[in-house]
Design a protein. Structure first.
Lengths: 110, 115
């Protein structure tokens, strides 16, 4: 069945450093969503990518969708302590059912 | 305030007991979902419902049951047949059950511990 993997599983960075998490699907996706889950909290929607090669920015966050629509990345510039949490990608192959990635847990050291 | 509520926040049960987790939404969303999250892992789909009185199994439905008698409610029962039920359970909803681009809105979750 369809699988979505994320790397790295964990990332510790010093405040001010950049951070990137990568999402890879075993099948071609129709669209991909990114969520953030704070420690002890629930996932909160960040953004959705639909087009091949699409790039979207939200302040310090940059999201990319691969040309083949099988991978995606989230890049955070100059991390802050408020960026702490687990970042998940969730891919769809064209249905209402999403497959969530394994998540990348980010810790930011002040 | 519009949103999704889950109760209780923490739940303890003895082995062999069934337990029902509540999920209510006032967003007027058609579709609702149940996910399970284990420590350090992603979300796995248990059941989903696109419309009232209809639901489908997700990837890990064994040992679970659901009902969707009302649009706003989608309770999940964890039965004694579920071999490893201790986990964080998240309910979510989307505006439509057929649009693949809908945002998923999550409830605060219920943390179930089997003693």
């Amino acid at each position: 069945g369809q699988q979505v993997m994320q790397i790295p599983q964990y990332q510790h960075v010093q405040e001010g450093e950049d951070f990137t998490t990568y999402c890879n699907s075993s099948t071609t996706l129709s669209n991909i969503q990114w969520y953030k889950q704070r420690p002890g909290g629930h996932p909160v929607f960040l953004i959705q990518l639909v087009k091949s090669g699409e790039v979207k920015k939200q302040k310090r966050l940059t999201f990319q969708f691969g040309e083949a629509k099988k991978n995606s990345s989230l890049h955070i510039t100059a991390t802050q302590t408020t960026d702490v949490g687990t970042y998940f990608c969730a891919g769809s192959s064209g249905t209402y059912k999403y497959i969530f990635g394994t998540g990348t847990r980010l810790k930011v050291l002040a | 305030d519009g949103g999704i509520t889950q109760s209780p926040k923490y739940l303890f049960r003895k082995e062999g007991q069934n337990v029902t987790l509540s999920c209510e939404q006032n967003l007027n969303h058609d579709a609702m979902y149940w996910y399970r999250q284990d420590p350090g892992q992603g979300l796995r789909l248990i059941y989903y419902s696109q419309i009232v009185n209809d639901f489908q199994k997700g990837d890990i439905a064994e040992g679970y049951s659901v009902s969707r008698e009302k649009k706003e409610s989608f309770p999940l029962t964890v039965t004694s047949a579920q071999k490893n039920p201790t986990a964080f359970y998240l309910c979510a909803s989307t505006l439509s059950g057929g649009a693949r681009t809908d945002t998923q809105y999550f409830g605060p979750g219920t943390r179930l511990t089997v003693l």
